[in-house]
Write a protein that binds this ligand. Structure first.
Ligand code: HEM
Ligand code: HEM
Length: 193
C-alpha cells in the first residue's frame, strides 16, 4: 500500500504551488509593485521630463500598474478555497489521516510537527474564508470598515505562513538527510508502508 495516495500527493503539490504563488503576490505587492514607492518614482521621473502630476494622480497610476499582478492573488485564492475543501475530503482517506493517528505513541518532536500541521490547516482555512469575505464584502452586505478589519486579521495571520513555509521545507529536507531518508521522495512517488 502506498504511504501517500496519488490523490493526496496531487493535493500536496498543488497546494504547495498555490500557497507559494499567493506568498509571491504578497511579496510583489509589498516590494517591486508597492504603490507608495512607485508613485514617488512616477512623480519624480515625470518631473524630470517637465510633467507635473499630483501625488493622488501618481497613486492611481501606481495602483493600476499593480492591479494585473494582484488579480493573481484572487485567482490563486479561489484555487486555495477549492484545495481546502479537497483537504477536508481527504481526511476521510487513509493518507489524509496518516499523520494524525495515535499521536500519543509519537516522540515529542513528531507530535509538535503534527500539531503544527493542524494549526497551519486552521490558519489556511481562515485565510481562504476571510479572503473570500473581503473580496465579496459588498455582495454579502458588509461595510467597507468591517471588511477592512477582517483584512487586518487576514494580513496578520499571513505571518504564520511566512514562518511555517520555510520551516516546513527546511524541516523535511533535514529529516530526509538524517533519520527519515526518503521522506521527500515518498511525497513524490507515494512511498510504501
Ligand atoms: C516545496 C517544498 C515542499 C516540500 C519538499 C514538502 C514536503 C513535504 C513532505 C515530505 C511532507 C510529509 C511530511 C510527513 O510525513 O510528516 C509534507 C507534508 C505537508 N506539507 Fe509539504 N512540502 C513542501 C511545500 C509545502 C508548502 C508550501 C506547504 C504549504 C503550507 C506545505 C504543506 C504541507 C502540509 C500541511 C503537510 C502535512 C500533510 C498531512 O496532513 O499529513 N508543504 N510536505
Ligand atoms: C495563504 C493564503 C493567503 C495569504 C498568505 C494572503 C495574504 C494576504 C495579505 C498579506 C494581504 C494584505 C496585503 C496588503 O495590504 O499589503 C492580503 C489581502 C487580500 N487578500 Fe489575501 N491571502 C491569502 C488568501 C486569500 C484568498 C483565498 C483570497 C480570496 C480569494 C484573498 C483575498 C485577498 C483580498 C481581497 C485582499 C485585500 C486586497 C486589498 O486591500 O486591495 N486572499 N492577502
Amino acid at each position: 500500500m502506498p504511504k501517500w495516495s496519488l490523490n493526496f500527493r496531487l493535493w500536496h503539490w498543488l497546494h504547495a504551488a498555490v500557497i507559494l504563488g499567493l506568498l509571491g503576490t504578497v511579496f510583489l505587492r509589498k516590494t517591486f509593485l508597492n504603490w507608495r514607492t512607485n508613485s514617488e518614482i512616477i512623480v519624480s521621473k515625470l518631473a524630470e521630463q517637465g510633467v507635473d502630476i499630483t501625488a493622488e494622480e501618481a497613486k492611481i497610476l501606481a495602483k493600476a500598474i499593480r492591479a494585473p499582478m494582484w488579480e493573481w492573488h484572487i485567482i490563486l485564492g479561489y484555487g486555495l478555497a477549492v484545495l481546502v475543501v479537497w483537504r477536508i475530503a481527504l481526511f476521510f482517506t487513509q493518507s489524509g489521516k496518516r499523520n494524525y493517528q495515535d499521536l500519543s505513541k509519537e516522540t515529542l518532536h513528531k507530535r509538535a510537527v503534527k500539531i503544527g500541521y493542524i494549526v497551519i490547516y486552521a490558519v489556511i482555512a481562515f485565510m481562504a474564508v476571510s479572503g473570500l469575505v473581503i473580496h465579496f464584502y459588498d455582495l454579502i452586505g458588509l461595510t467597507k470598515e468591517r471588511a477592512h478589519d477582517i483584512k487586518e486579521i487576514h494580513e496578520l495571520l499571513y505571518n504564520a505562513l511566512l514562518v511555517f513555509v520555510p520551516l516546513h521545507i527546511a524541516g523535511v529536507v533535514i529529516a530526509d538527510a538524517t533519520e527519515e531518508k526518503g521522506i521527500v521522495s515518498d511525497m513524490i512517488n507515494g512511498g510504501r508502508v
